[in-house]
Ligand binder design. Structure first.
Ligand SMILES: [Zn+2]
Length: 87
């Protein structure tokens, strides 16, 4: 079992987390082509090495960014997506 660190609750079992996608995959705006929508909705980078991803910790329902190294599954950092929401 791997532990992920929720920025609000601390280390927890990976089963408590839900993957939300690549960080920085921004919704296209304005007049959008079908190709741009397809890219936004269906294609993922699936990078080999360092990656920034959006995750949700299901018990506290908070969404955050996790930086991890996909070759080793090492989590290098987690940070609140909207830190001002917890202030
Ligand atoms: Zn949490």
């Amino acid at each position: 079992m791997q532990l992920f660190t929720c920025p609000f609750c601390g280390p927890r079992a990976e089963g408590e987390f839900h993957f939300g996608g690549d960080a920085g995959n921004l919704r296209p705006e304005g007049e959008v082509t079908a190709e741009a929508w397809t890219d936004y909705l269906y294609f993922r980078h699936n990078r080999r090495g360092p990656a920034r991803e959006i995750w949700m910790h299901l018990p506290c329902r908070e969404v955050f960014v996790m930086e991890r190294y996909t070759l080793t599954h090492e989590v290098t950092a987690t940070e609140a997506l909207l830190p001002e929401a917890r202030a």
